[in-house]
Design a protein around this ligand. Structure first.
Ligand SMILES: [Zn+2]
Length: 114
């Protein structure tokens, strides 16, 4: 399950799973900096959604850090490796707010429990 929001440099980004992003626009994800929205295509598998979310978060990090001209290839490469490092080392910082999110870190999907 994806988080519902992420805060980057004080900007609150709402994370929305949307239909048709991949099929109609050939995008797995999209970030709208001014609106504070990250869209993730709903048709992708869980791992791909998470990987794309990390990619979009990286875009927001670079944007907030003042990199207005971003190298898509670099963001792609860094996002893939960053996702792998966090996932394979089970890295998590801070408190987990909701019970559903705890189940994610146990490796059991929320849907399996319901
Ligand atoms: Zn990108």
């Amino acid at each position: 399950m994806l988080p519902s929001r992420v805060v980057v440099a004080g900007i609150n980004y709402e994370i929305k799973e949307v239909d048709g992003l991949a099929e109609e626009h050939n995008l797995g994800g999209q970030i709208l900096y001014e609106k504070g929205i990250i869209k993730i295509d709903s048709s992708m598998c869980k791992d791909k959604k998470e990987q794309v979310l990390v990619h979009e978060i990286l875009h927001s990090i670079f944007n907030e850090a003042g990199y207005n001209e971003q190298d898509e290839d670099m963001v792609n490469r860094l996002g893939i490796v960053l996702y792998q490092v966090f996932k394979d080392n089970n890295l998590h910082f801070g408190e987990i707010e909701e019970v559903e999110e705890v189940s994610f870190y146990d490796g059991v999907s929320v849907n399996e429990r319901k």
